[in-house]
Design a binder for this molecule. Structure first.
Ligand code: KIV
Ligand code: ZN
Length: 501
């Protein structure tokens, strides 16, 4: 069996997705979950980008033991130094140096000739190698680079000490046969290629990122760069869960390839990334979408009841998918609740369990059947690492077609109880304005979304908000059977996050 190295770049390329900013605590939480998932490499960030980015990568390098921790750098001294400074505390640090090689990038972006690029690749890879023994080199826009020149650049980077050569399809332009052929050509034409691992990094502009990655694997690539839920620049990167499950499900094709991914953690991680970035997963998304394992038509349901494999190529439990069965109700005790939470992969402290129990009882009074998804939503609300400075005591709203919506909100702040009243465009707007009056913090609501967690009139509503205040932007969530309460909780969670940064 040959090992396929899973290089996760959710925290670097994934976080470059427009609107997906994560703070240090959130990045650490994701990095920890990635380690649990079993990824081999975590690209933790692009340290030169900002002071905050250096700190996040450093924190991950110090705390996450197991995977290689990688920092990205352009082929310039300042970037490489910043990347090394950030990853050097890791047990297994890696510096990833990239330099554009396509004619279009050379002419318009770098304004450099090919000879100069060859010189820079050699110079900066060997500089990085003097700092760190594990170096990855990427000829950016490789799939649009003239092959002969690409071979020369790769050869130079290997001679200078690169251990991994990553072939990026930077703009998602490649097509699977063509991309597979490029990997084959690199293996056949670069004289020293046997010294390194060939990696691929595919973008999804034509919806081909996963297909291109799989084609590259068939042609000898042994590292794939990917992200959870396929998030990333523009249309995103190749999705980790799709690549891993394709390899696992089509063992007949990928006979000798295996990954170390604990696939039953996939769904949990997908939810976490979606929650922290605010990027909703499309219901029909392969592997992790809410409909990925739901069978609606009578013929399919009949087939599934007779034999699951008639219409199911992956068992939902293989990716840790939950959410369909009724699990608990009003009469379920704390023991049953804790038992189910453990089955879902949550090991709560006594204090967290106490808070979740209270919310669970409260929900059970309002809702007959509680589903796994309801439970996960409550848990995610309650086990947030944010210290709740502002807590909701109660609120009252009046609203209707003939009257101006009004709200009165009561909050707890340290040991004080504070209240505020306001009118608004609607009951939620009135609540938010009342909260702003109490806190005195100027907030800008940049995004608001609501989703029903499960089916039915009594479904739990999950609100996610993107809030800007004190020069910081955060995404946060709240859930309740009452959508106004869910909205208030989401807003307060966001405020608490901002206060805690
Ligand atoms: O898409 C790309 O080319 C990249 C490189 C930095 C590897 O993200
Ligand atoms: Zn990329």
């Amino acid at each position: 069996m040959e090992r396929l190295i899973i290089f996760d770049t959710t925290l670097r390329d994934g976080e470059q997705a427009p609107g997906a900013s994560l703070n240090q605590k959130e990045k650490l939480e994701i990095a920890y979950a990635l380690k649990e998932l079993g990824v081999d490499v975590i690209e933790a960030g692009f340290p030169i980008a900002s002071k905050g980015e250096v700190e996040s990568v450093k924190e991950i390098a110090k705390s996450i033991k197991g995977p290689i921790i990688c920092g990205l750098a352009r082929a310039v001294k300042t970037d490489i130094d910043a990347a090394y400074e950030a990853v050097r505390h890791a047990k297994y640090p890696r510096i990833h140096v990239f330099l554009a090689t396509s004619k279009i990038h050379l002419q318009y972006k770098l304004k450099k000739a090919e000879d100069e690029i060859l010189r820079l690749a050699g110079e900066w890879v060997s500089y990085a190698k003097r700092l760190c023994s594990d170096i990855e080199f990427s000829p950016e826009d490789a799939s649009r680079t003239e092959r002969e020149f690409l071979f020369k650049v790769i050869e130079t980077a290997i001679d200078a000490g690169a251990n991994t050569i990553n072939i990026p399809d930077t703009v998602g332009y490649a097509e699977p046969d063509e991309f597979g052929d490029l990997i084959k050509a690199i293996r056949e034409n670069v004289s020293n290629i046997d010294k390194v691992v060939i990696s691929v990094h595919c973008h999804n502009d034509l919806g081909l990122a996963v297909a291109n990655s799989l084609s590259a694997i068939k042609n000898g690539a042994r590292q794939v760069e990917c992200t959870i839920n396929g998030i990333g620049e523009r249309a995103g990167n190749a999705s980790l869960e799709e690549i891993v499950m394709a390899i696992k499900t089509r063992k007949d094709i990928f006979k000798d390839i295996e990954t170390q991914i604990k696939t039953n953690q996939i769904y949990k991680l997908s939810r976490l990334v979606s929650k922290l970035t605010g990027f909703v997963v499309a219901p029909n998304k392969a592997i992790v979408g809410n409909n990925a394992f739901r069978h609606e038509s009578g013929i399919h349901q009949d087939g599934i009841l007779k034999e699951r494999s008639t219409y199911e190529i992956i068992k939902p439990e293989d990716v840790g998918f939950v959410g369909s069965g009724i699990v608990l109700g009003k009469h379920s005790g704390r023991h049953a609740l804790n038992h189910r939470l453990k089955e879902l992969g949550f090991n709560l402290t006594e204090e967290q369990l106490e808070r979740v129990s209270i919310r669970f009882k409260d929900l059970a009074d309002k809702k007959k059947s509680i589903f796994d998804d309801d439970l996960i939503s409550i848990v995610e609300d309650e086990i947030t690492p944010i210290k709740p400075l502002w807590r909701l005591v109660s609120f009252k709203v009046t609203s209707g077609t003939e009257i101006t919506p009004n709200a009165e909100v009561i909050l707890r702040y340290k040991n004080k109880t504070l209240s505020g009243k306001s009118s608004g465009d609607g009951p939620i707007d009135a609540c938010y304005k009342a909260i702003d009056k109490i806190t005195g913090i100027r907030c800008e609501l940049q995004d608001y979304r609501i989703e029903a967690v499960t089916k039915g009139k009594d479904a739990l509503g999950e609100v996610s908000v993107k809030l800007k205040a004190k020069e910081k932007v955060v995404t946060s969530h709240g859930s309740s059977t009452d959508i106004i309460e869910a909205s208030v909780r989401a807003y307060l969670n966001a405020l608490n996050k901002i206060e805690g940064l």
